[in-house]
Every structure is written in structure tokens, then in C-alpha cells.
Design a protein around this ligand. Structure first.
Ligand code: DHB
Ligand code: FE
Length: 279
């Protein structure tokens, strides 16, 4: 059977793509951020997952405000990366695993998550940047991928509780697949940030730290927030922490923390990284 070997959550700021393209990883601005990934690389080298299920949010590339699924799953053989407007260099296409995707889709619908199925899907910085952070400068992506999307953009947003349940359903879907694959679940977005409006530049370190702590041992605590509370505490875009909550939901049972990093700011964002594995 397929098995979830761990969960990694990370922020997904477009500017990181420019730093990667320009090899700025050791510059003072970037070093505390990029160095935080060394331990994740070590863990990935040790665990060697076959597949990454990447729970992220699209920013107007594959979906736009006119048609916005609350939950979507990719079911393509390949996912091309494209830039939704930041002028980013694009990464090589990401290999899919349509068989696993369709198994997951069947399992999710059976589990009352009526996902939008995407047999063609472009992936933006929310997907590509975390992949490039976790597997830097590879000539060939070492994992197959299944994109999972949720919507922290166009209200009404799914509640934290619903996103956590989405992740739990993804966990059940993966663990019921009859191939012996090692699957890492990646959540991207957050941490606290607000890009527009009167609170542009808003960051909430205390809340971010609380989220990291709760994600480890008491994720249910985060499911009790309402969306307005989450927007107030994390910022209008910081509500992307919903993706972390979904990824955490996929890890059933107790977890152990492998590594964490937290650095303010990267662009307008409090950048976080959390690596968890089954205890
Ligand atoms: C930034 C952060 C994001 O999550 C995003 O999607 C775009 C921009 C930023 O901090 O610049
Ligand atoms: Fe974002």
C-alpha cells in the first residue's frame, strides 16, 4: 500500500524564484531563509519519497475569480509551470501520476469531497517555488506529483475545519492506494502576510509561532478559528495557512517534528518551514 512518509509546509513567495534564478542563496537577505532548507534536504535524501502531493493555492494562472473551485485535484501526466505575472523564470514541467490522481479523486468523492478534476493544469509559483526549494537545481524532478488546490482567495473560503478534513480525506485516499509508494504531502502558502489594503505589510509573529506549535501536536485547535478570525490574525493572504492545515490533516496519528525554520520577512511575508514525520 502507499504510505505517507511525512509532511512539509512552506511559504511560497514569488521573489524566491528570482533569488533562485540569480543564485542569491548566500546573500545576507536570503541566507537565513535558504539555509533553513538544508535539514529538509537531508530528510528528503534519507526518506526518498516517490510522490509529492502538493496542496497549494493557485494565484490566477489555472483558475481565476470567474471560476474558482473550492477544492481541485490534478489528474494530468504532466504539469507545466507558468508565471502568472511576476516575470519569473519557469521550471521544468512536473511529472504527474494520473493513476494515483484518479484513485485519490475516486476516494475523495466517495468521502464526500466533490473535487474539481483537472486533466490539464498549469501550476504557478504556489506549486513550483516550494518544489524548487525542496529539490534545488535538479536536472530531473525526483518525485511524481499530484497537485491539490484549495481556495484562500475568492470568498467564501472553506473553513479551517473543512480544510483539515480535506487533508484527512487525502490521507485516507493515499493510504488506500494499492501500490507501495512513499508519499510526502506538501502544503504551501502563508505564513502571516497581507499584500494590499490598509494593513499591507502586516505580519503576526506570535500567531505564526502558535500555528507551528499547534500544527505539531494539536492541529484541531486551529480548526476552531473562523475565516474572519484567521484573516484578522494572519492577514488577507496569510489565510493561506489553510494549505498547511490541509497538509497536516493528511498525517494521521502522532507526528514528530523533524525541522522548522521561521524568518521575517521574505518580500512581504513571514516565511516558515515545518517538516513533520509520523511518530
Ligand atoms: C507574496 C506572498 C505570496 O504568498 C504570494 O502569493 C505573492 C506574493 C509576497 O510576499 O510578496
Ligand atoms: Fe500566495
Amino acid at each position: 500500500m502507499a504510505h505517507i512518509v511525512g509532511g512539509i509546509s512552506t511559504s511560497h513567495v514569488p521573489l524566491i524564484g528570482k533569488a533562485i534564478a540569480q543564485h542569491l542563496q548566500k546573500e545576507p537577505y536570503w541566507k537565513p531563509f535558504f539555509d533553513g532548507f538544508d535539514a529538509a534536504h537531508e530528510w528528503l535524501k534519507r526518506i526518498r519519497p516517490d510522490v509529492a502531493v502538493v496542496i497549494y493555492n493557485d494565484h490566477g494562472l489555472n483558475f481565476f475569480l470567474d471560476k474558482m473551485p473550492t477544492f481541485a485535484i490534478g489528474a494530468a501526466a504532466e504539469y507545466a509551470n507558468a508565471d502568472e505575472g511576476w516575470g519569473l523564470q519557469t521550471f521544468a514541467p512536473f511529472p504527474g501520476d494520473p493513476q494515483l490522481s484518479w484513485h485519490m479523486i475516486n476516494s475523495l468523492v466517495n468521502d464526500e469531497f466533490d473535487v474539481t478534476t483537472c486533466q490539464e493544469m498549469l501550476v504557478d509559483h504556489g506549486f513550483a517555488i516550494p518544489m524548487a526549494l525542496l529539490w534545488p537545481y535538479v536536472s530531473k524532478w525526483p518525485v511524481k506529483t499530484v497537485p491539490g488546490c484549495s481556495n484562500p482567495v475568492q470568498h467564501p473560503l472553506p473553513s479551517p475545519a473543512r480544510c483539515f478534513k480535506f487533508g484527512q480525506a487525502i490521507g485516507r485516499a493515499v493510504e488506500s492506494y494499492d501500490k507501495g509508494l512513499k508519499v510526502v504531502v506538501i502544503g504551501t502558502g502563508g505564513m502571516s502576510h497581507q499584500l494590499d489594503g490598509a494593513r499591507a505589510g502586516f505580519i503576526n509573529k506570535d500567531f505564526d509561532q502558535l500555528c507551528m506549535e499547534k500544527l505539531k501536536h494539536d492541529p484541531q485547535a486551529l480548526t476552531r478559528y473562523s475565516i474572519p478570525q484567521l484573516v484578522e490574525l494572519a492577514g488577507t493572504q496569510g489565510v493561506e495557512i489553510l494549505m498547511w492545515l490541509a497538509a497536516r490533516g493528511a498525517l494521521a496519528g502522532n507526528v514528530a517534528e523533524v525541522h522548522r525554520n521561521y524568518h521575517i520577512p521574505i518580500s512581504n511575508t513571514a516565511a516558515g518551514l515545518l517538516v513533520l514525520e509520523p511518530a
